[in-house]
Write a protein that binds this ligand. Structure first.
Ligand code: PEP
Length: 229
């Protein structure tokens, strides 16, 4: 199973270092076989001595150049970062990233050999329109995306479930993951208010290959508990 922690705009350089040390120790002591990823804020990126895969929450599709406030491949590679989150709903909704822009970013990081966790998800008003509307909304988020890319992992994250404490139901996850797997045969994560109480149920759903976790990943012990449930 894949367990990915998205810190978003949380944690500092110092607290991330502590977090990675703590989590790494727990994973080593328990001989944990799960695939574990952590996406800290840019300021906390570093070369950590760990089996945890460190990734970037974002990146600008350039090697380097005049793009004030952005980070390119050169800066990421300095820390050995070869994994990136693309298409997170917070970037689509809050930072205004269009599908075209997301696809351009995807192609660039694909050309640069990055492992990509590509996020898709529907807003509540689409979910309320029923399964067909959800499917067509989600499939539209594959426009311009090379879904055959070998280093691709998909994360299905219903927007209304992110950071709200309201996870999708087992049936919603089961039916959506089934449809998605039929279209794109890649590892498929669920994300949206995953916590220690619902993790077991979520991981037991067919076609769920792991989870992308925000809030419940911020504490190393709590994140580790998700793997032990
Ligand atoms: C996320 O933002 O990717 C996420 C799943 O957040 P949370 O777990 O807090 O809902």
């Amino acid at each position: 199973m894949i367990f990915a922690a998205n810190f978003k705009t949380n944690h500092t350089r110092a607290s991330t270092k502590k977090y990675i040390e703590t989590l790494n120790q727990k994973l080593t002591d328990s001989e944990c076989k799960e695939e574990v990823y952590v996406f800290p804020p840019f300021t906390a990126l570093d070369t950590f001595d760990t089996t945890i895969k460190m990734g970037a929450q974002n990146g600008y599709p350039v090697r380097n150049g005049a793009f004030t406030g952005e980070i390119g491949v050169e800066q990421l590679e300095e820390f050995g970062i070869k994994t990136i989150l693309i298409g997170h709903s917070e970037r689509r909704e809050i930072l205004g990233e269009s599908q075209e822009r997301v696809a351009k970013k995807f192609s660039f990081f694909q050309e640069n050999g990055f492992e990509i966790i590509y996020c898709i998800g529907e807003p509540l008003e689409v979910r309320e329109q029923g399964d067909e509307a959800v499917t067509s909304h989600l499939l539209a988020q594959f426009e311009g995306i090379d879904t055959a890319y070998e280093k691709l992992i998909i994360a299905y994250e219903p927007i209304w479930a992110i950071g709200t404490g309201r996870s999708a139901t087992v049936e919603e996850i089961r039916s959506t993951h089934k449809v998605l797997k039929q279209s794109v045969d890649k590892p498929l994560l669920y994300g949206g208010s995953v916590n220690v109480k619902n993790i077991q149920e979520i991981l037991s759903i067919e076609n769920v290959d792991g989870v992308l976790v925000g809030s419940a990943s911020l504490d190393a012990e709590n994140f580790y508990q998700l793997m032990k449930k």
